[in-house]
Write a protein that binds this ligand. Sequence first.
Ligand code: DAH
Length: 432
Amino acid sequence: MLELCLVRCSRVPKGLAGQFRAFTVAVDQQESIEVCGRKFARDQWTNATPKILSHVGRNLHLQEKHPLGLLKTRIVNHFYSQYISRTGNPIFSVFDRLSPVVTVEQNFDSLLVPKDHISRSKSDCYYLDAGHLLRGHTTAHQADLIKSGLDAYLTVGDVYRRDEIDSSHYPVFHQLDAARLYSKHEIYKQEDLRGIRLFENGEETPEKQDVHTLDTALFLQNDLKVCLERLARNLFGEEVDMRWVDSFFPFTHPSFELEVHHNGKWIELLGCGVTKQEILANCGITDKVGWAFGLGLERLAMCLYQIPDIRLFWSKDSGFVNQFRNATPTSKVIYKTVSVYPQCTNDVSFWLPEETEFSPNDFYDLVRDVGGDIIEQVTLVDEFTNPKTKRTSHCYRIIYRHMEKTLTKTEVNEIHEEIKSLATQNLGITLR
Ligand code: DAH
């Protein structure tokens, strides 16, 4: 026993290293991983880490008062109000709860991404096993949605890409994808469609796919650009400067990117193009043509709300979250940078005065007077009236944070005590 202990003790560093290795190996080599209630047996492809998996289900885009939720609703509302069918219903259907777990077929094959394309590599994606990954783009749902019979949809969701981490890159972000299909009579509104063709057996040119007539291709390109320029003007204002840049995607031809001029820089807003006819054919669609686009919500929200760091979207810190608490999708919120130093939270509860009027604003002013700029927030967190005495009690949460340094508990306590004592003297409250 003793010997064993001595041996162990004398090898602490090595032993620890070994233990640590054993631990990480154990985590990495668990036989299966579970995501969204589904189990995936580990194989050569599995590389999704617990940290990444912890983001699945946060669904920032579904939180009404989160900047991404606000932006999503703003775009959806734009499409709902601008594109209405003859029967008065929105033309675009919205899908924002599709599982981020997709197959390799959905993410790549259905979109004609070549087998050896770099975007399929383990170093670019988070694989669950050889056949499944966390979607790398919301375009992964295109074929399924089209197969299900939809002619116009928007899809919004979290996407996962292995990438550097800096102020504008994070391995999880959010996209909004859309597609719209047209039949011949929707494009050519005249009565007599004889002699009008969507398709031809032609050549691919920079302007069109081999199977599209030039008229079809030009209609689609124009309709797509009008739609997206209108969206950009809705988001950035009527006067926004924008430009179209030729691009390439395996699933569209021709392909474009839209850039907008914002704060002195050209920002790439979205990718789009005329949907490859082969994709539609694989979905069983032979009599329609269409376009599609995809945009990243974070980049857009960072511009619109002046959010300086992409990590902030994941923050649960009230200094971030509360800045959007009262926003509506169309309100112009300008994010104010909160200090990077930690918050210090202290509550205070008191009985309101019986003789005099009390307004929470009086207390807020007093707190600001005493604490100055280190007061980040004051909120009424609890209100209660004693049924017998009829006295009312308020509880306020005060969040302290200095912009330039970490506050010590003692410094904060001193100020907090002073607030309590001045409130008692000046506002007639009774501390509980
Ligand atoms: N999926 C592309 C990306 O993540 C964006 C995109 C481009 C989506 C063209 C589309 C499209 O639907 O048609 O970069």
